[in-house]
Design a protein around this ligand. Structure first.
Ligand SMILES: Nc1nc2c(c(=O)[nH]1)N[C@H]1C(S)=C(S)[C@@H](COP(=O)(O)OP(=O)(O)OC[C@H]3O[C@@H](n4cnc5c(N)ncnc54)[C@H](O)[C@@H]3O)O[C@H]1N2
Ligand code: MOO
Length: 657
């Protein structure tokens, strides 16, 4: 088996040039569809109105059709009297005409009888026996929509290339159009590859992951106008892959696979694509990150794209490469990504030579937008949801500095008016409270860790920052940092609740770990948390006590701990590391142990609080949130779901200045 290396990576623009030199990026044909099935299809022909709209002179009100001249000078004091000649119902052709001194009663939507040029509203007249008293004059044309005044026969009403939205479909229906000619949807076959990839719903064995990409790709493609079908996971066997891909090439316009694109010897996508027909692989590798190991091939007149296996990489390639292709094939003009300018709160470094896309969460303040980079790797799936868009860092840029202005390409519609902006640590009870307050879809949550939340409050960008920072000097949670960060007076700590933290180890405690002192054992490997996290602070305090007791320096002590430098970023990552045997023990909150079905030995309570800037405390959703914490009945009820790992205290909801 030959090993394929990335020879020449190409930039995105170059990629489109190469693709269009082998494959016509044009609509794939047209078809006629009934109007009722035309939603979000792309119109392939200009539409000229076949009729006038309204189709006849139509009364806009309930009232009396008159000759406007007859009502001249009529007012409350000198009303005009007219003879009521009869009535016209909606849908009826009037047999009457209005002559001088006459009126005909009409309903809203009824045809206006000949002779009349205005309609007096019912409220401005009084009907007696065959006689109408008119208290207000009407001008010619008043309360009548004349034939074709909205749309005239022959008007160009919709141009080809537009998407048939509900509004456009309404217009077409009004013009009596029953069928429309639209571009054919690009038919896309989607496969995942990888022997470790299993479909959601099946049991997950060690080393396996659930298939994200085929679901992500199919739903993404269908949301942008393709007709994509999930053909499942291909086995890791070259012959089967060849057969399945070959079949798909016959039945679809485009074939997408994910995974198996990088340089590993077992990666066969490249070979299969290359041997399927001429010209075979035309691109192997993009100068973008994430998304580098993308393969593009043309065979038997069809286009094939091998997406990277990492979900975020896969998503970026869908956005940046596949979407513009689908647009062209679907008859749409190039996608216009909405862009906002935003300030970057932290610096980003990278190597030159490739374009980097950084997923960000956006918050708005009176100074404009700030784009918080989500700490995510190419394998992240949470960043798919938490990101509003991404910042593009150009090929030759190596540093974007703190507070620099960048452009954020929005990947979903951004709601600038989030009712509650939560930046900082994350916590399931907090999320339950937010949803109980009816803010599940109205709060903006950007999980960047406790310290990140403090920065966001200092910058005026977070309404509340969930935090659980332990101060080593005082042994207190959160409050000492008001002084340390210079936020005292500008922000307060609203006390939250306590979370039980403890040792997390496999069921039955096979290594018989009884406490932190066992971390020193040579047969024990631990998983640690990142610096700045509450649990890391907790462990270091305990280790300092231990080092004093044992008479060993702290630095020397931690060197003896197998795994001390193995850091993960979340409680659940600690539990996962233990669950999957990468560590024998770690420290995490109890519910993480529960979620992973691990044993748990409590060590203490950590305090999970909320940093709030003083000027936000008094009103809006922040006040509602704080009041909810103070509402004992409410908070106890919500917290009871998380028993015994959470504790609401007398201090919950109180403010520390
Ligand atoms: N020696 C090198 N190794 C890697 C390179 C490289 O240039 N040289 N590139 C890295 C980059 S960048 C990426 S991105 C990945 C992409 O690799 P593949 O496209 O071959 O993908 P896999 O190896 O099959 O999977 C990567 C990763 O993603 C998981 N995965 C795969 N499919 C799915 C799916 N459908 N749903 C969820 N997760 C999926 C898979 O289990 C792996 O963890 O290669 C680097 N390596
Ligand atoms: O370029 Mo790969 O796509 O990040 O992780």
């Amino acid at each position: 088996m030959s090993r394929k290396l990335f020879h020449s990576l190409v930039g995105l623009e170059e990629a489109f040039r190469i693709i269009s030199s082998y494959y016509r990026l044009e609509p794939l044909g047209v078809e006629k569809v009934p109007l009722g099935e035309a939603l979000f299809r792309v119109l392939a022909q200009d539409v000229y109105s076949p009729v006038d709209y309204p189709p006849f002179d139509r009364s806009e009100v309930d009232g009396y059709a008159v000759r406007s001249l007859d009502t001249s000078w009529a007012d409350e004091l000198s009303p005009v009297k007219l003879k009521i000649k009869g009535r016209v119902e909606v849908g009826e052709i009037p047999s009457l005409s209005v002559e001088e001194g006459e009126a005909v009663e009409v309903a809203t939507g009824a045809m206006v009888p000949k002779g009349a040029d205005a309609v007096v509203m019912e409220e401005h007249a009084k009907a007696g026996d065959n006689e109408l008293t008119v208290y207000r004059s009407v001008y010619p044309g008043e309360n009548i929509s004349t034939t074709g005044s909205d749309v005239s026969i022959g008007d160009l009403v919709l141009q080809k290339g537009v998407v048939l939205t509900p509004e456009r479909i309404g217009l077409l229906a009004g013009l009596g159009i029953r069928e429309v000619v639209v571009y054919k949807k690009p038919r896309v076959a989607v496969f995942s590859t990888g022997r470790e990839v299993v479909p959601p719903g099946s049991p997950l064995l060690p080393g396996q992951v659930y298939d994200v990409n085929s679901y992500l790709a199919v739903s993404f493609l269908n949301s942008i106008g393709a007709s994509a079908v999930n053909l499942g996971i291909l086995p890791d066997d070259e012959r089967t892959i060849r057969e399945e891909v070959s079949k798909a090439v016959e039945g679809f316009d485009l074939v997408l696979t994910s995974g198996g694109t990088s340089a590993g010897v077992r990666d066969v996508v490249y070979r299969v694509f290359d041997e399927l027909g001429e010209p075979g692989v035309i691109i192997h590798g993009l100068r973008i990150k994430p998304g580098k190991p993308t393969v593009v091939a043309v065979a038997r007149g069809k286009l094939l794209v091998g997406l990277p296996g990492f979900p975020l990489s896969c998503y970026i390639v869908l956005q940046k490469l596949v979407k513009p292709i689908i647009y062209k094939l679907a008859g749409l003009s190039s996608p216009e990504q909405e862009v906002v300018k935003a300030v970057l709160p932290v610096k980003i470094r990278k190597r030159a030579g490739f374009t980097m896309f950084v997923p960000v969460g956006l918050v708005s303040s009176d100074k404009g937008f700030t784009a918080y980079p989500l700490q995510s790797s190419s394998g992240s799936i949470s960043s798919l949801v938490y990101s509003d868009g991404f910042v593009t860092i150009g090929e030759n840029v190596e540093l974007v500095d703190e507070n620099e202005l960048v452009e954020v390409e929005l990947v979903k519609s951004y709601k600038p008016s989030a009712r509650l902006v939560v930046i900082g640590s994350n916590d399931p009870l907090l999320y339950r409270v937010i949803s109980e307050l009816g803010l599940a879809d109205k709060a903006k949550i950007i999980p960047v860790g406790s310290m990140g939340g403090w920065h966001a409050v200092a910058r005026g960008e977070a309404d509340i920052a969930p935090t659980h920072l332990l101060d080593e000097e005082t042994g207190l949670y959160n409050t000492p940092y008001l002084e340390k960060t210079g936020l005292k007076g500008k922000a307060v700590i609203v006390k939250g609740y306590k979370r039980l933290i403890g040792l997390v180890f496999p069921k039955g405690n096979p290594k018989n770990i009884r406490g932190i002192e066992d971390f020193l054992r040579s047969d024990v490997r631990i998983v640690n948390r990142n610096r700045g996290s509450g649990v890391r602070g907790f462990l270091d305090i305990e280790l300092k006590k231990l080092s004093a007791r044992l008479g060993i320096g702290f630095e020397d002590l931690v060197k003896k701990i197998n795994g001390y430098f193995y850091e993960v970023r979340t409680h659940t990552a600690v539990a996962a590391a233990v669950k999957h045997g990468r560590a024998d023990v770690g420290i995490a909150v109890g519910w993480a142990a529960m979620m992973y079905d691990l044993d748990f030995k409590p060590l203490g309570w950590e305090e999970f609080d909320f940093l709030v800037s003083v000027d936000k405390l008094g009103g809006g959703e922040v006040a509602r949130f704080v009041n909810a914490l103070r509402d004992r009945e409410f908070i106890k009820r919500v917290a009871s779901e998380f028993k015994p790992y959470y504790q609401v205290t007398d201090a919950t909801g109180s403010v520390v200045y």
